[in-house]
Design a protein around this ligand. Sequence first.
Ligand code: PGA
Length: 267
Amino acid sequence: MDSVKSPATRTPLIAGNWKMNLDHLQSIAFVQKLAWSLKDASHDFADVEVAIFPPFTDLRSVQTLVSADKLELAYGGQDLSAADSGAYTGEISGQFLSKLDCVYVIIGHSERRTMHNETDEVVAAKVAAALKHGLVPVICVGETAEDLERFGPSAVPVSQLKAALAGVPSDANIVVAYEPVWAIGSGQAATPDQAEAVCAALRTVIAESLSDDTAAATRILYGGSVKSGNIAGFMREPNVDGALVGGASLDIDEFSAIVRYKKHVGV
Ligand code: PGA
């Protein structure tokens, strides 16, 4: 991989996955306060990118606020349909997300894989749909505690990512999130070493499935019980380019502190 860029060329991304929290009125107050908090701290969005993933019903309100106040905050959906339009009651097309100026869409979160039976094939179809509609898929992969015991640390995330990238153009703009299922919402984060080992293996998958240049350019996030107290350890790792934050993204001070990890811990 002689063309691999140094990690310094990848803009870190701190992403907040709100899951099923905050209605559209709450989302407006939250985004205003988050924007003030980051502005007060003179946060440089070109240095560390910030994205939020509110529920679908909040997105129009978030769009209105972000465009009216010219906020540098990116946002996206937590899922999308593999189909473009038609008789799919309850589904949301990538076209609808694009029209709301979403940049990103989370795909294959473990909660969707387990609670909504999303298979690797469904995830791959959704990745294709996202790219078709000009969205950057945030492709989530990760092993359960049982997988970890049976297959070791990287086997399941590597096979999930290979499946998700089947059919993806070699120069696609994607983000990958490594989220060990055992670390999500458990308060028991992976260690930075564990995260680095799997993220490095995932970067190799991108190089082999897409290209060396794409592997070098793609942000790979760690997710699972990220807090302001542990973010710096992950961000010191060369193959970890950011975080997908669940619970802590709902606390403005805490999320703002995670975003400003360079300031408060001196990475
Ligand atoms: P957590 O969730 O930060 O609450 O562990 C992460 C996620 O599910 O994306």
